[in-house]
Design a protein around this ligand. Sequence first.
Ligand code: PHE
Length: 442
Amino acid sequence: MKILFKNKRILTKITFIKNNYSTAPKSLATLRIGEKDYRTDDYTNITPKILSYLNHNLHLKNDNPLSLVRRRIVNYFYSSFTHRGNPTFSVYDNMSPIVSTKQNFDDLLIPDDHPSRAKSDCYYINSTTLLRAHMTAHQSELLRAGLDNFLMIGDVYRRDEIDSTHFPVFHQIDAVRTQRKEQLFEQHPDLHIFEKNFEPTNPHTFKNSIADPTKQSCHTLEATKLMEVQLKNHLIGMVRHLFGEDIKYRWVEAYFPFTHPSWELEIFYENNWMEILGCGIVRNEILANAGPNNSIAYAFGLGLERLAMALYKIPDIRLMWSKDSGFLTQFQNKNVNANIVYKPVSIYPQCTNDLSFWLPSNSSIDTFTSNDFYDLVRDIGGDIIEQVKLKDKFIHPKTKKHSLCYSIVYRHLERTLTQAEVNKIHKEIEEAATKTFNVVIR
Ligand code: PHE
């Protein structure tokens, strides 16, 4: 579907998705995203639907599985790498997904004719601005800012097929870990990061080559191998931290324009090898252009959706965007390391009714046992009760009477409930509560 922006139409916020812009004539115009106007051109292919996915920050929402996986991975990196009690990795999880083609491609040595730049693969705002297609887009700017160990976490956008494992928006954690000679070869001061004929202070006099599959020509084999071992150990440690010691995995040789050598890690999941991350030794040109010219770095990028789907057995990637409390409560207030197995939520709609009552004078909001109430609700409502939550506690300032309010979520697994039949059951629950707990319905 082609969506074109109407001439000079000022688009406020991104809530215009209900309008049908697909019939608008194509012409040069500006596109407003948030507070900013962007000129559009013949590269513009971003759609209102895609814009509507911006700013959701699912990876930071406490009841989203992506956030649980993010926290587990961040915890792993925090606890595995500390210096004098402080984590050595800094985390950037709130950077705007709107980036330049320089950030997304040029800074990472991605050639002009590389297929990943194609309009058919990315969401362009215009020919020089796009929604980041990977978190690696921020690597150079953070290196330039002087950082050496960091994680970049956020939403990335790619045009792709539509099925249960693909969605135009997904989330990645990208990382860089740099080391200077004194750190990498602490035990072996006689070893070096760079080959003798390479002058790190002037990398431009040396043409760094990646013709040798084992290493970049500027690096020594010892430095490359030691980095490779560390990189692989750290990532396997992470995968074991997530999936347990017995997880089956394998390394596959790979190619990325910004790392050399490069690998992909696959894990064995549901009888298939599943690729979960790409990684490698950062091309020295990138480091040298961005600042640190006396270090070697590894980098990796992994997709959070795949890990969350595998960890929690979530069958469809669209569920990550679910606002349904039947889905979200399965991940709410959970210990990050909890072993959660997703239970399918009915496709039929929920119906939520509140129930408030005054407690008898011999009972208080602190002694009333909610679980008793839950059992009563379940006894009467049966399987159509999806959730019961304590919503509010209240003490009347004058009468000092205590009151509780519960939300009951009704949902049938095989059909849509009518409000009338829900009201009938709700009424029965009220009557039973009145009898059993001696309460007065408000
Ligand atoms: N950016 C790569 C991707 O999205 C992953 C990657 C990151 C690979 C860093 C190597 C190093 O596929």
